[in-house]
Unconditional design. Structure first.
Length: 112
């Protein structure tokens, strides 16, 4: 088996799907009144209509954390933490997504 997708409950499906489309430029592969399926390569994020927002962090690999962070901010994302070098050997940033979704951008740093 391999992981293929994750479900995230959101109270406002239309707003959440709109945020992913505007900020991450992810157009739903499937969308109806109950769910929106977003494809990220071989992995999918399914937004489900729910009575409460799911707390989740979606991590994205990046070749240039700072550039990707600036691009997402320019498209309307709100900062939680700006890019920083982390003790585990990565540079990462955190952004507020829709509902209680948090987006992590992570760039593995080259070891010297």
């Amino acid at each position: 088996m391999k992981i293929s997708h994750v479900h995230c409950g959101v109270r406002d499906l239309a707003a959440a799907a709109g945020w992913f489309q505007q900020v991450l430029q992810a157009v739903p592969v499937f969308n109806n009144e109950r769910m929106a399926w977003l494809g990220f390569g071989e992995f999918g994020v399914i937004l489900d209509t729910a009575s409460a927002d799911t707390v989740v962090t979606l991590g994205f690999d990046s070749d240039d954390c700072d550039a990707d962070y600036k691009a997402l901010i320019s498209r309307g994302a709100e900062t939680i933490e700006a890019p920083q070098d982390r003790p585990w050997g990565a540079r990462s940033a955190y952004l507020k997504g829709p509902g209680k979704v948090r987006v992590e951008i992570e760039q593995v740093l080259k070891r010297v």
